[in-house]
Design a binder for this molecule. Structure first.
Ligand SMILES: [Zn+2]
Length: 375
C-alpha cells in the first residue's frame, strides 16, 4: 500500500514524494495501517515503488499485496489523474472501513475502483459491494487479466468471474486490466455455453487511448448462433460419461418422465440474456419447466411458471430469467400474454429421433438468427 497513518494519525501518502523525503520518513517516523491500525514498515527497494508493508504474521486483508496489484492501481490512478478527475489513491473511507484502490467522482457519481488480483469468494465481493453501495459509492471491480482463463471469444467461466458481471441497459459485461500490457478490456458477454464456458467479445484498448466515460459505453454483443447449434449438437450426441450430481439428478428427472436427454425439444436450450448470471445450465431448468409446468396444461390454459430472479454485481436491478424465457416462447408462438398472465398457444413437439431433433435445432436457429438481423 502507498499510504499509512503517522504517529499523529495524519495520512502519509508516498506517491509523488522524492526518494530523499521518503528516506527521511523511514528513519524519523513510525507508521500504522489505516484499516487494522497495526504498525507497518516503510519499504524502499530498487525494483518496486516505495510502499508500506505489514509484518508477516499480520492478518490484515491489505497484507501481502502483490507487485501486480500495486502497479495496477497506480496505473489506474494515473489514468484518471491525466483526465483531471482528481482521483484518490487508497482513499480511506472510515465509515465503512474500506479503502478502495482508487476513488473518483464523476458527474454526480462516486466510484470505488477495485483492481482484483486475487481470487476472493463471491460472498466477499457481495459484502464489500454492499458496503460501498450503502455509502452511496458504486464499486467498479476490474479483474486482473491473469485471473481470466481461456482465450476470447471462449473463456472458462467460474463463480469468481460471475460475481463481477455488470448489467447496463440489459447488457452483460465485465472489466479486466493488465498492468503488464496496460490494456484495459471490456468483455461483452454474448452467451454462456455452460456454467463453465462463456462466449464473449473483447474490446481492448491501451489505458492512454480510453477515457473514463468510455468504459460505460454499452455495446450489445449478440448471440453467436453457430456456437449455440454446435453446443446443442454436442449435448445431444455425446454421452455424459462423468455426470455431476446436478446432472445425475436431472437425468433421473428425465427418466421418470420417460424422456431421453438427447431428444429434448430445441426450446429447452434457449440462450437468454441473463442466463450467464445463473449457475444452472439453461437446458436443465428450461426442460424442467417445459415438462412440469408447460406440458401439464392444455392449449388456451394459463401457464404458471415459477419466477427465477437473478441480479448483477450491483444487485439493484432484479431480472427474472423466467420472464425472459416466456417472452422468447411467445416470440416462437408457444405462449401469449394476456394482461399479466401467460397462456398456452401451442404444444411442444418432442422428437422421436436425433435426426429430427437436430433439424428442429437448425430451424429454430434460422428463425432466431433472422430476428437478430432485423433488430
Ligand atoms: Zn492493515
Amino acid at each position: 500500500m502507498f499510504s499509512a497513518l503517522d504517529e499523529s494519525g495524519v495520512l502519509c501518502v508516498l506517491y509523488r514524494r522524492s526518494i530523499k523525503e521518503i528516506e527521511r520518513l523511514k528513519t524519523d517516523s513510525f507508521f500504522y495501517c489505516p484499516t487494522c491500525k497495526e504498525k507497518v514498515q516503510l519499504r524502499l527497494s530498487k525494483n518496486r515503488a516505495p510502499h508500506f508493508a505489514h509484518v508477516p504474521k499480520s492478518s490484515c486483508s491489505y497484507k501481502g499485496e502483490s507487485f501486480r496489484h500495486q502497479k495496477g492501481k497506480l496505473l489506474l490512478f494515473e489514468w484518471l489523474d491525466r483526465q483531471q478527475l482528481k482521483p484518490e489513491l487508497e482513499y480511506f473511507l472510515p465509515d465503512i472501513n474500506q479503502r478502495p484502490d482508487v476513488y473518483v467522482e464523476w458527474k454526480t457519481y462516486k466510484f470505488a475502483l477495485e483492481f482484483q488480483c486475487s481470487v476472493i469468494s463471491p460472498s466477499e465481493v457481495t459484502r464489500r459491494t454492499r458496503h460501498y453501495l450503502d455509502a452511496g459509492i458504486v464499486p467498479l471491480w476490474i479483474v486482473s487479466e491473469d485471473k481470466i482463463k481461456g482465450r476470447p471469444p471462449l473463456l472458462s467461466f467460474s463463480e469468481f468471474l460471475r460475481s463481477f458481471i455488470y448489467c447496463f441497459d440489459d447488457h452483460l459485461h465485465f472489466y479486466s486490466f493488465s498492468p503488464e500490457t496496460k490494456q484495459f478490456s471490456i468483455l461483452d458477454i454474448r452467451q454462456s455455453l455452460s456454467p463453465r464456458k462463456l462466449l464473449v467479445r473483447r474490446r481492448s484498448e491501451l489505458l492512454e487511448t480510453i477515457s473514463f466515460p468510455d468504459i460505460f459505453r454499452v455495446n450489445v454483443a449478440s448471440v453467436k448462433w453457430e456456437w449455440w447449434e454446435r453446443n446443442v449438437y454436442r449435448y445431444r450426441t455425446t454421452p455424459h460419461l462423468r455426470p455431476s450430481r446436478a446432472e445425475r439428478k436431472f437425468l433421473q428427472f428425465l427418466y421418470v418422465h420417460r424422456i431421453q436427454s438427447s431428444l429434448l425439444p430445441s426450446i429447452c436450450f434457449l440462450p437468454l440474456r441473463s442466463q450467464p448470471l445463473y449457475d444452472q445450465p439453461a437446458y436443465q431448468w428450461q426442460a424442467r419447466v417445459i415438462i412440469s409446468h408447460f406440458n401439464s396444461v392444455d392449449k388456451g390454459e394459463k401457464v404458471r411458471m415459477p419466477s427465477l430472479p437473478v441480479a448483477d454485481v450491483l444487485g439493484k436491478k432484479k431480472m427474472d430469467l423466467m420472464e425472459e424465457y416466456l417472452e422468447e416462447l411467445a416470440y416462437l408462438g408457444y405462449v401469449e400474454k394476456k394482461g399479466k398472465d401467460w397462456y398456452k398457444k401451442r404444444e411442444v413437439v418432442f422428437s422421436k429421433n436425433i435426426e429430427h431433433a437436430l433439424r428442429q435445432d437448425n430451424q429454430l436457429m434460422i428463425q432466431l438468427k433472422k430476428r437478430d438481423h432485423k433488430s
